[in-house]
Design a protein around this ligand. Structure first.
Ligand code: ADP
Length: 140
């Protein structure tokens, strides 16, 4: 299995409810190592740029406002098949469809306020990690 890195974001609905530690425990229990992490407040412009791929979707404005509404925790997770593993630990986008034990099943409030973001492929993981972190911040 390949060691990978993926970009994770703990979203405002979760930071608002003090769930950072509980969510991080899910990653660590699944064998994902948090190799970089910082708490930041996104501007509307930064949120818009990060989610540019969804620009044409009807929920884009709402999504950007939500992501800029309170601090987020951005992090790099590392491990075997980290990209797919993280998607598994996160659960389905809509918490109503998420498997028991997943972050979204346990913590998400709705399809929009769904507690976490995770990269969906190696190319997006590399781009998204570079969006938030410099090489110097990735110590392994
Ligand atoms: P995922 O985060 O599971 O990769 P998507 O890439 O499809 O899901 O969507 C990105 C984010 O946009 C979701 O995590 C969620 O916050 C938001 N979103 C997706 N679908 C909807 C929707 N129907 N209504 C409101 N927000 C949505």
């Amino acid at each position: 299995m390949a060691t990978e890195r993926t970009l994770s974001i703990i979203k405002p609905d979760a930071t608002n409810r003090n769930l950072t530690g509980k969510i991080n425990a899910k990653f660590e229990d699944a064998g994902l190592r948090i190799v970089a992490q910082k708490r930041i407040k996104l501007s509307m412009e930064q949120a818009g740029k990060f989610y540019e791929v969804h620009k044409e979707r009807p929920f884009y404005g709402e999504l950007c406002e939500f992501m800029a509404s309170a601090p987020v925790v951005v992090q790099v997770l590392e491990g075997d098949n980290a990209i797919a593993k993280n998607r598994e630990v996160m659960g389905a986008t809509n918490p109503a469809n998420a498997e028991p034990g997943t972050i979204r099943k346990e913590f998400a409030l709705s399809v929009g306020e769904n507690s976490v973001h995770g990269s969906d492929a190696p190319e997006t993981a590399a781009q998204e990690i570079a969006f938030f972190f410099s090489g110097l911040e990735l110590v392994g």
